[in-house]
Design a protein around this ligand. Structure first.
Ligand code: ADP
Length: 458
């Protein structure tokens, strides 16, 4: 069932129930009003008869009967019976004397004074009149022909109006529900035409106020983010292939050169050295790409083992110094809480090592003195690792891009690198619910600060 049909059905059902409820109330009230009014008329008839019988001494019953039948408003199938205290029939308005009122009803009338009841189709009014020379029990009954005809008419009118009303409600609710849902159908049609090749397409945002317009606006925002992610991915792939192609092309031309021409042992030596350098470059690049892919994959698995930051810093320093003995890395503690000399964070030790390695290596690589200062600080909630140098620095307009994959500032191009290290660092910090800040001045130096939440609960 479509939403339009469901809304129309539910709305029609509610309206039908309300209409049926009102109709029933109107019908019951009309019936009760008719009955009350009819009993009033029977009462008048009963009291008039009693008055005649008690006040007119020499009353001829036949005359009373004639009066009864010829009063202005004669009721349909009207009968009046008058009994004395011994249940003897004193008077009846009909000719047929065999018709009698059950004695149980007479007893009830005497006990209650007045009885209004229904016998078959007839309304019966019983009155006990003890005030005359002898106590009388009067029973007046009749069939409310006019009232019941009116009631039947009312029933018919209500029934048809109900059917008409419900039919009209169904029709109108289908129409209006269809109209209200038209913007959703329009969005649906537009969404079905969007695919990976036309992500720049946007939905019509209508009046930008109602719920459907909000939905379209939110969807457009999601499309914007998707488009951005797709473009980033495209740029990433083209950068990665370009970076891989350059050393591979160099490898190929060197191999071709050595195959085509006989070379001296020194020339072979030189070519082999170049081949090793290019192969190292390819290995480094693929390693960096693998690490980046790994950090992206583990986005949902939060690392949790406690890692001692100073151990990581010293391990990274040793690793760097053994590869680059001319580097200088100074480590300093600036712990705010003296009780805790060993700041630790819940995390993945290998990833944290990788992050620090990139930051300290960059600091040494981009400084003429190849020197990095590492400062470890801690407060109640977080650990801060700052890596500073007095190197080439970063121009303010390029600072915003240095965390983008493959981005390299103009002044860094002469040094080795792929522009992947900082994007890996930022990803690792985010995986540990932390972040990286950078402050830099061209030719003055840079300070990269990693802030990580510390403690088991962080
Ligand atoms: P790579 O160092 O391989 O180029 P990174 O992602 O580590 O890649 O760094 C991206 C860019 O940020 C570098 O190319 C460089 O321009 C700049 N950068 C990073 N660290 C420093 C630093 N300590 N001093 C100056 N520039 C830096």
């Amino acid at each position: 069932m479509t939403i339009r049909d469901r809304i129309a059905f539910q709305f029609s059902l509610i309206v039908a129930v309300i209409l049926a409820g009102f109709s029933t109330i109107i019908y019951i009230r009309s019936d009760s009003y008719r009955q009350t009014e009819f009993y009033d008329r029977l009462e008048q008839r009963a009291r008039t008869t009693v008055r005649f019988l008690t006040q007119v001494k020499e009353l001829d019953r036949n005359l009373l009967r004639i009066i009864d039948r010829n009063t202005l408003v004669t009721l349909y199938d009207q009968k009046v019976f008058v009994y004395d205290a011994g249940n003897r029939l004193l008077y009846t308005s009909i000719d047929d004397d065999s018709l009698v009122v059950p004695s149980s009803l007479l007893t009830r009338i005497r006990q209650q004074g007045v009885v209004r009841t229904q016998v078959g189709e007839q309304e019966v009014y019983g009155l006990y009149a003890p005030e005359g020379p002898q106590p009388l029990t009067v029973v007046a009954s009749a069939y409310d022909q006019f009232g019941k005809d009116e009631l039947r008419d009312l029933r018919r009118t209500i029934g048809w109006s109900l059917l008409g009303g419900i039919g009209l409600t169904i029709g109108l609710s289908i129409l209006f529900a269809g109209q209200s849902l038209q913007p959703i159908s329009r969005i649906n049609r537009q969404v079905s035409t969007i695919n990976a090749r036309n992500l720049q397409q946007r939905l019509d945002e209508g009046n930008r106020r109602d719920e459907v317009a909000q939905l379209a606006m939110n969807f457009n925002r999601v499309l914007g983010r998707l488009q951005q992610a797709f473009e980033q991915q495209r740029t990433f792939i083209s950068h990665a292939s370009h970076e891989l192609r350059t050393p591979l092309a160099a490898l190929k031309s060197e191999l071709q050169l050595s195959v085509r021409h006989p070379l001296s042992p020194q020339q072979y030596q030189h070519i082999l050295h170049n081949l090793t350098t290019d192969t190292d470059r390819i290995i480094n690049l693929t390693n960096s790409l693998l690490v980046l892919a790994r950090t992206l994959e583990t986005s949902t698995q939060r690392p949790r083992d406690p890692v001692l930051l100073d151990d990581v810093v010293f391990a990274v320093r040793d690793e760097l110094l053994s590869a680059w003995p001319h580097y200088r890395v100074d480590v300093r503690f600036s712990t705010l809480s003296p009780s805790d000399d060993h700041p630790q964070v819940p995390g993945d030790e290998l990833l944290l090592r990788r992050m620090l390695l990139n930051l300290i290596d960059n600091a040494c690589k981009y400084s003429p003195d190849h020197r990095a200062d590492v400062c470890i600080a801690q407060d109640e909630t977080s650990c801060r690792l700052s890596v500073s140098d007095r190197g080439i620095g970063i121009a303010p307009d390029q600072l915003a891009h240095i965390f983008d994959p493959f981005y390299r500032a103009d002044n860094a191009r002469s040094r080795d690198g792929f522009g992947l290290g900082l994007s890996i660092c930022r990803r690792i910090a985010e995986l540990h619910r932390g972040y990286i800040e950078v402050v830099s001045q061209p030719d003055q130096g840079s300070v990269f600060t990693v802030v990580l939440p510390c403690g088991a609960e962080s």
